[in-house]
Design a protein. Structure first.
Length: 156
């Protein structure tokens, strides 16, 4: 798995919005402009705009027009997983290389038996399970607390 800039920036922007979600009336902070998000997170504005568009298309964020407009999460942070954000930002969480770049068209065809492909499929499944188990609400905690929430030791 290769984590791209799209996925990383998507998570950074989403966590920023998740932290804001608990603020303000009715448990929701006001919308924040893409430019402000980019400045706060020290990310390129153009990237942030494109990521927010992808997140909006996936139904993870809503946009509000006008002078006090901007973006906010469309659902509570605990209802949005890391997997949701990565898929919205990147379109996939894990690419099976033999699907994208087959070494041998006969050996790598979906109909052919391959002893390696199951390893990649199982890895993809485990990665997706882990990413789906961590919510944006989880990511609003400090790193040591997140390890505790996930039930793993730091560095393992």
């Amino acid at each position: 798995m290769r984590v791209t800039t799209w996925a990383e920036y998507g998570l950074i922007v989403s966590v920023n919005l998740a932290k804001r979600a608990g603020q303000g009336p009715a448990g929701r902070g006001g919308p924040v402009a893409a430019r402000e998000l980019a400045e706060q997170e020290k990310l390129p504005h153009d990237y942030v705009e494109q990521i927010l568009l992808r997140l909006r298309r996936a139904g993870l964020v809503d946009s509000v027009r006008g002078a006090k407009g901007g973006y906010h999460l469309a659902r509570p942070p605990q209802d949005i997983s890391v997997k949701d954000v990565i898929e919205a930002s990147e379109h996939v969480t894990f690419e099976v290389n033999c699907d994208l770049h087959p070494v041998d068209p006969q050996r790598c065809s979906p109909d052919a038996s391959c002893s390696i492909r199951p390893v990649w499929r199982m890895l993809e499944q485990r990665i997706n399970e882990l990413l789906a188990s961590v919510s944006l609400a989880d990511l609003t905690h400090d790193e040591p607390e997140l390890y505790h929430i996930a039930g793993v030791m730091a560095g393992n």
